[in-house]
Design a protein around this ligand. Structure first.
Ligand SMILES: [Zn+2]
Length: 162
């Protein structure tokens, strides 16, 4: 095992801390480093080869999973950025990080003017649904109250356009 392979593997292992395979991999790595490759003992050589193959297989699994998680993460980041634009929040931290270079922690929803396209796509349908729901409640309430009193209905929900 070369020094760079070991460094790569150690870096990879640190990303999967807590995964039982990481502990197994660390054990295999220790076994490989302690293995005597120059020995004539055929059993030890066979055992070493078997351990090395198992090691390579686990590293391959980890690399595949690492790529998959990176893709998932990139998708989530892109989605988060779109939603931040829709609600006028900081795309970097959503106003949750005082050390944020973009907003210094003041970028919660509504801190910035929403981006038109993502507002239309993500926020408008929700506002429409809330408005319709409130309208139904108000109608139901009006029907009930007009039967018994002249109480005013609750103030109408107003949609704020960006
Ligand atoms: Zn921020």
């Amino acid at each position: 095992m070369t020094a760079s392979t070991e460094t790569d593997t150690t870096a990879l292992l640190s990303q999967f801390a807590g995964d039982p395979r990481a502990a197994q991999l660390a054990q295999l790595m220790t076994a490989l480093n302690g293995g005597d490759r120059a020995t004539d003992n055929a059993d030890i050589k066979r055992q070493y080869k078997k351990t090395l193959e198992r090691f390579k297989s686990i590293v391959k699994d980890f690399k595949r999973e690492n790529r998959r998680l990176r893709e998932v993460n990139n998708g989530l980041l892109a989605h988060s950025e779109l939603l931040a634009g829709a609600v006028g929040a900081c795309p970097e931290c959503w106003g949750e990080d005082r050390a944020c270079e973009f907003c210094e922690g003041d970028g919660g929803p509504g801190a910035f003017f929403p981006e038109n396209e993502s507002f239309e796509e993500f926020v408008k349908p929700v506002l429409r649904m809330v408005r319709e729901n409130m309208s139904r409640k108000r109608q139901k309430q009006n029907t009930e109250t007009t039967m018994t009193s002249t109480t005013q209905p609750p103030a109408e929900y107003e949609e704020q356009k960006p």
